[in-house]
Design a protein around this ligand. Structure first.
Ligand SMILES: Nc1ncnc2c1ncn2[C@@H]1O[C@H](COP(=O)(O)OP(=O)(O)OP(=O)(O)O)[C@@H](O)[C@H]1O
Length: 239
């Protein structure tokens, strides 16, 4: 299938089971929130999706490509924002993005027009020539999101991308990524432990202690309860 498909995925660090038989699909153009408390297994799942670790059990398909059998084709289809920032602070926004474009074999006018389009989409066009060190945390995160669009991926993976940001920056970034999914049909997997980043018509995947507890639309799953309350109840039941 296009989008993202995960089937019977498990992973252990020695004897510690971090993911236990996790399966879900995110359809093309869907925004899926992967919600879990600390230690749920979100970062482990991202490490498997980006092939930092190889998955010994289970299957991952990205935009129709099996990650184990066709890793180059599968990885070329994803854009990733890791939990830890990875920009060069002493280069400008434009230089950071130009470097990334070159890693993907893009240069000259083609690179420039994709970079400009990505910065425009994230509301960062007027900051293109500022040094990253001089940007606030929210603008740095937007730069990273713009960067992961340059090679025209179809699936975006974001691991707690709003950590450490103030409320206004968190909302701006959450809204930008929802817009990307809606406007250009990107499939998004957004890991978070913050329920206010999730909208009722988002796909919600609740991960707890390595197991997928719930999978459905957020509004349907929470029913009449605020999502925060629903989430705390579901995870408390499993202690
Ligand atoms: N390198 C490692 N060695 C041993 N255990 C690990 C390692 N990395 C993670 N774990 C354990 O695996 C489990 C899942 O951790 P993971 O970091 O994937 O969760 P998370 O949902 O991303 O949490 P957080 O929100 O705190 O980043 C936890 O019990 C964690 O202690």
């Amino acid at each position: 299938m296009t989008g993202l498909s995960i089937c019977n995925l498990s992973y252990s660090y020695g004897t510690r089971r971090a993911l236990d038989d996790v399966s879900f699909d995110v359809g093309a153009g869907q925004f899926a929130a992967l919600l879990g408390p600390n230690g749920a297994g979100k970062s482990t799942l991202f490490s498997l999706l980006t092939r930092l670790f190889a998955a010994p059990d289970g299957r991952i398909e990205i935009d129709g490509h099996d990650l184990a059998r066709a890793p180059r084709a599968a990885l070329a289809r994803i854009g990733v924002v890791f939990q830890q920032p990875t920009l060069d602070l002493d280069l400008s926004v434009m230089r950071n993005l130009t470097y990334f474009a070159a890693l993907h074999g893009l240069s000259g006018r083609a690179a420039r027009s994709r970079i400009e389009a990505a910065l425009e989409r994230l509301g960062m066009a007027e900051r293109a020539h500022e040094r990253v060190r001089d940007l606030n945390g929210g603008h740095r995160r937007r730069t990273e999101i713009a960067r992961c669009l340059i090679h025209s991926p179809s699936v975006l993976l974001l691991d707690e991308p709003t950590v450490g940001l103030d409320a206004a920056s968190r909302k701006a970034i959450t809204d930008h990524v929802h817009d990307l999914s809606r406007d250009i049909g990107l499939t998004v997997l957004w890991a978070t432990h913050l329920t206010d980043e999730i909208k009722d018509d988002d796909r919600l995947l609740i991960l707890h202690r390595g197991r997928l507890l719930q999978n459905g639309f957020a509004g349907d799953l929470r029913g009449p309860l605020p999502l925060q309350e629903h989430f705390l109840m579901r995870t408390a039941e499993q202690r």
